[in-house]
Design a binder for this molecule. Structure first.
Ligand SMILES: Cc1cc2nc3c(=O)[nH]c(=O)nc-3n(C[C@H](O)[C@H](O)[C@H](O)COP(=O)(O)O)c2cc1C
Length: 445
């Protein structure tokens, strides 16, 4: 861990000029100095969320969760639901194409203890789009608004149960778990289950041999919610009303912008925030994000706007906040390579405020706080060890495979990274991994 970096004090939240409207929830903060961890399929699981929280993420998002998987009790879905009190505040991201599945999916997540939600309207992976979910909803606004109406109602009023609770969800046989994909690889390319070592492990998971300890889900209703806003009392089932956002793109394809009108409609329906990744779905991750669209969106709606897209460093995040006036940012690939990005963000944001910097004057964190290679290595060694500890604690069966995917990303910029990466990928046991890491990181472990 970076010793030179100190965590921003919670009490300073909501004090900056650029502060978003209060989301009326004490724990779900959307402000410039409260960076979020983006939803990341195959990546933002409980261990990674906990690590990012420790590294200064104010709010974290789960991997996208299939509404159908929830309703039909898909095995892939079950593994995504692990949480614990320390995971709070967490936003559960849900995807689907049918309003009744989506509302019921939210209700099931509420029963599991999740209070806040996000609807995926941006995933452009073929497997998702072909089901009418994710970015496909940008091509069917009436259906998207129907979904929005139902899920917003369910989140804001958990007792409404605006879906057919007695079935009418079609035939489970129609649901193939293969439809619940891990989205893309770290470079944003489509990514198929067979190629994903993490998911291959997921496929061998079953509730009876759940790698998640019971404690992971048991306490959440009481402890997590006790720290949440008092906006609504718990209902008989221990469920509280929460907040809901929508993560959208500019439109499905170039020349077909929907984001402004869509955001206005969602706001009118009661959405609590909008996250915009300012690219078209057809672009996937290519081209340059249109950050001006964030400025335009921010000046159009009153609910908070969160920016996502090519925020690879804290410098990028702080610059975009100042440039566009959005309320908050979420880090995705930036956090996958460097979970410390959240602390760096808070430091840079404060530095920019104190020194009244313009967007173009924001320094890179390494220029602000230069570190020796030795320090960098030590910090990284400790970070990897903590990630491994969480991964082993919460998901012992997946930990090794996960670390074989995750660690190479962390060490990419280090000396001898290629050799280290190859050695890590070749590890077959925890002992082998430990020995490789010890050889490389030495005493820092
Ligand atoms: C591996 C990976 C998985 C992702 N999974 C999700 C997801 O489950 N839900 C979602 O809304 N976006 C997902 N995204 C998109 C990110 O949340 C984010 O919007 C996008 O990567 C742009 O941010 P970045 O350029 O800073 O990485 C994913 C991106 C990556 C790279």
């Amino acid at each position: 861990m970076q010793k030179t970096i100190t965590m921003h004090n919670d009490t300073t939240e909501n004090t900056t000029a650029n502060t978003a409207k209060d989301t009326t929830d004490n724990t779900l903060t959307i402000t410039p100095e409260s960076p979020w961890l983006a939803p990341l399929a195959g990546w933002s699981d409980l261990p990674f969320r906990l690590l990012c929280k420790e590294e200064g993420a104010k709010v974290t998002c789960t991997e996208m969760i299939s509404a159908k998987g929830l309703v039909y009790g898909g095995k892939h879905t079950e593994v995504l639901l692990a949480t614990c009190p320390e995971d709070s505040p967490v936003v559960a991201q849900i995807f689907g194409a049918e309003h009744d599945f989506m509302a019921k999916g939210v209700a099931l997540l509420q029963k599991k203890g999740f209070q806040h939600f996000d609807v995926n309207v941006g995933c452009s992976v073929a497997k998702v789009v072909k089901t009418g979910a994710g970015a496909a909803l940008l091509k069917d606004i009436p259906n998207l608004l129907k979904i929005a109406e139902h899920v917003i109602k369910q989140v804001h009023n958990p007792d409404c149960k605006d879906f057919d609770d007695f079935g009418n969800f079609g035939n489970r046989e129609d649901f193939h778990e293969g439809e619940n994909p891990i989205l893309c690889n770290s470079d944003g390319e489509d990514f198929y289950e067979g190629e994903n070592p993490i998911l291959q492990r997921k496929m061998s998971f079953s509730p009876s041999n759940s790698p998640f300890p019971e404690k992971a889900t048991k306490n959440i209703n009481t402890k997590q919610c006790a720290t949440d806003s008092t906006r609504n009392e718990e209902n008989k089932e221990g469920i509280r009303a929460g907040k809901i956002g929508f993560k959208i793109r500019l439109g499905y394809e170039m020349g077909n912008d929907v984001y402004i009108d869509l955001a206005k409609e969602l706001e009118a329906l009661g959405a609590d925030w909008i996250t915009l990744h300012p690219r078209y779905a057809k672009q996937s991750f290519s081209g340059v994000p249109n950050y001006e669209a964030l400025t335009k969106l921010k000046s159009t709606i009153k609910i908070p706007v969160i920016a996502s897209g090519d925020l690879f460093t804290a410098q990028d995040g702080v610059r975009i906040l100042l440039e566009t006036g959005v309320d908050g940012v979420m880090y995705a690939r930036g956090a996958m390579s460097n979970p410390v990005i959240f602390k760096e963000h808070v430091l840079l944001w404060n530095y920019a405020q104190e020194n009244k910097l313009k967007p173009s004057e924001i320094p890179h964190i390494n220029d602000l706080m230069p570190k020796t290679t030795e320090n960098m290595r030590n910090d990284l060694g400790k970070l990897i060890e903590r990630h491994l500890t969480y991964a082993k604690e919460f998901n012992p069966h997946r930990a090794l495979l996960q670390m074989r995917t995750i660690v190479p990303r962390y060490v990419k910029h280090l000396e001898n990274a290629k050799a280290l990466r190859l050695a890590i990928i070749a590890c077959r046991t925890h002992e082998e991994l430990k020995s490789v890491l010890e050889t490389y990181f030495g005493e820092s472990l």
